[in-house]
Design a protein around this ligand. Structure first.
Ligand code: F6P
Length: 317
């Protein structure tokens, strides 16, 4: 087969490990494999390069993506996608492996509807794809967040402060929930918990009165202005309070072994599926088994909040 591989949307640690696995698995199956640069934009512009095994040496442990990535909102227009299909036809490429999040999956689905054999691989720090238990990049971002929160705990405790830490995740609370549990946060606020500001202020005030020296609040992005919230905490609770937005640092760095392993498994599995003639699907991991789901179905699935973890938080935070 002649297969293209691209990364699209926000980058995630482990994308390079995924590219490496796809390229090497394809070459081992006697396929020709083409790296497509800068996501769907590069696809439309015909930025293709045939890859050898050696082209993906020394990238397994590197953050970012050697292919580059982009967000291309114009890809929703059929006329734009037709340009992409033409480029693929011109290069005789029949199949495409697209690494990214749900925006990437939507692009892959539309191309599939236009006759291209596509496979989606979940590469995003957000862990917001319902068809897989884990996305590539989540483990590394979680590690990064935990390292930062541990450090913030040191200084909060020394100064007897409340520390509010905003983590990424788009509209998915997993980074906040998992990092909050792992770092013993007193409060974890996500889309799933909802945000009751008055209750938080009152709880912090009671904690302060009870003599607790410091407090850690981990909150998902997009819920509130954390700098403003820090001011309100100071006024109401008696704690000095500082807010930190962890931001893009969560997207970088060497992938964890968990992300590298997931990347290797899903990259190789995607090539296998193409050989079996299974396309228009996205791959994932469920109960530690690789699996696939039609992309259309995956996009319609809603991620369920992890009840067990939420109950645990109520008991031990
Ligand atoms: O999807 C990954 C992510 O990092 C989200 O957590 C965040 O909301 C978003 O991308 C930021 O996107 P951009 O790189 O376009 O600012």
């Amino acid at each position: 087969m002649r297969i293209g591989v691209l990364t699209s949307g926000g980058d995630a640690p482990g994308m390079n490990a995924t590219i490496r696995a796809v390229v090497r698995a394809a070459i081992a199956s006697n396929d020709k494999i083409f790296g497509i640069f800068d996501g769907y934009r590069g696809l439309v512009e015909g930025k293709f390069q045939e890859f050898s095994r050696k082209d993906v040496s020394e990238i397994l442990n590197k953050g970012g993506t050697i292919l580059g990535t982009a967000r291309l909102p114009e890809f929703k227009y059929e006329t734009v996608r037709q340009l992409a299909v033409k480029q693929l036809q011109k290069n005789d490429i029949e199949a495409l492996i697209c690494i990214g999040g749900d925006g990437t999956y939507t692009g892959a689905l539309r191309l599939h509807e236009m006759g291209i054999k596509t496979i989606g691989i979940p590469g995003t720090i957000d862990n917001d794809i319902a068809s897989t238990d884990l996305t590539i990049g989540f483990s590394t971002a979680l590690n990064t967040a935990c390292e930062a929160i541990d450090k913030l705990r040191d200084t909060s405790s020394s100064h007897q402060r409340c520390s509010i830490i905003e983590v990424m995740g788009r509209y998915c609370g997993d980074l906040a929930l998992y990092s909050g549990i792992c770092c013993g946060a007193e409060y974890i606020i996500t889309n799933d918990t909802g945000f009751d500001k008055q209750k938080l202020l009152e709880d912090l005030k009671q904690n302060r009165l009870a003599g607790r020296r410091h407090a850690i609040v981990v909150i998902s992005e997009h819920l509130t202005d954390v700098y403003q919230l820090a001011k309100e905490v100071e006024q109401y609770s008696g704690y000095e309070c500082r807010a930190t937005i962890l931001g893009y640092v969560q997207r970088g760095g060497a992938p964890t072994p968990e992300d590298r392993l997931l990347a290797a498994r899903l990259g190789k599995y995607s090539v296998d599926l193409l050989h079996e003639g299974i396309t228009g699907v996205c791959v994932g991991i469920r109960k530690n088994q690789v699996c696939y789901t039609p992309i259309e179905e995956a996009l319609a699935m809603k991620r369920k909040p992890n009840e067990e973890l939420f109950k645990l938080v109520q008991k031990i935070s």
